[in-house]
Design a protein around this ligand. Structure first.
Ligand SMILES: Nc1ncnc2c1ncn2[C@@H]1O[C@H](COP(=O)(O)OP(=O)(O)OP(=O)(O)O)[C@@H](O)[C@H]1O
Ligand SMILES: [Mg+2]
Length: 210
């Protein structure tokens, strides 16, 4: 039975779409059956999928996509769950009816957070929503700067707020933005790059925790 994984956070620009795309590629390239749902009206993940189709042409992508209908999300997911190992939902940056439906329908919620005080402030209310729904929720630190003392301080604050934090972190690297714009993931380019190692670690940590 497939796992429904959402990348969600009220805070905009925290890395939800970047991680959705990169993990979809990682798992699809590892022969898992993967589907994505772009739940954000900005449609960044849909743009990425279209770019991917252009880049790879007729080659089968290994990533299916489904439309987002918040009113029928649970039923829609029930229908497709058996066909996939992972169904990834890229959530919009809000706490609205739509996001709550995503939270309710997810088996696991991953919350990308940039380790900065402002980002943290916008993240805590979302973590509380997930907690109220009694969902397994893990923070993934994104755009982490090397050796920044601030990162450790932010980790303390998140722990104090009761958050579970993934051991694997994603650093700030231009390759994430570059690959996204052409519909690729970092592991498409090379599986041994530093960025790929990060994505592989995040992916493995997610799979290990199921
Ligand atoms: N680790 C990273 N290193 C460098 N750039 C990154 C990284 N993660 C995300 N970005 C860039 O930051 C911007 C925001 O990322 P992304 O779109 O994934 O966030 P989001 O949470 O989906 O945003 P939104 O809330 O608007 O949906 C993008 O331009 C993306 O390329
Ligand atoms: Mg997004």
């Amino acid at each position: 039975m497939g796992k429904i994984i959402s990348f969600a956070n009220q805070k905009g620009g925290s890395g939800k779409t970047t991680l959705s795309a990169n993990l979809a590629v990682l798992w699809a390239n590892s022969d898992y059956k993967v589907a994505v749902i772009d739940a954000d009206a900005q449609k960044s993940l849909t743009y990425w999928l279209d770019a991917r189709k252009k880049y790879y042409g007729e080659e089968p992508m290994g990533i299916d996509s489904y439309a987002f209908d918040p009113r029928n999300l649970k039923e829609d997911l029930k229908k497709i769950k058996r066909k996939y190992n992972f169904i990834i939902i890229d959530s919009p940056p809000s706490i609205t009816f739509e996001t709550i439906q995503i939270v309710k329908s997810s088996d696991y919620i991953f919350v990308p957070v940039q380790p900065s005080p402002l980002d943290l402030m916008a993240t805590i209310p979302f973590l509380n929503v997930a907690k109220e729904e009694r969902k397994k929720t893990t923070v993934i630190l994104n755009r982490v700067m090397p050796r920044a003392k601030l990162t450790e301080a932010m980790i303390m604050r998140l722990r104090y707020a009761g958050a579970k934090i993934a051991r694997s972190r994603v650093s700030g690297k231009i390759i994430y933005a570059e690959t996204f714009s052409v519909g690729r993931g970092v592991v498409d380019i090379s599986v041994t790059s530093d960025a790929s190692k990060e994505i592989i670690n995040v992916g493995n940590e997610i799979v290990r925790n199921f």
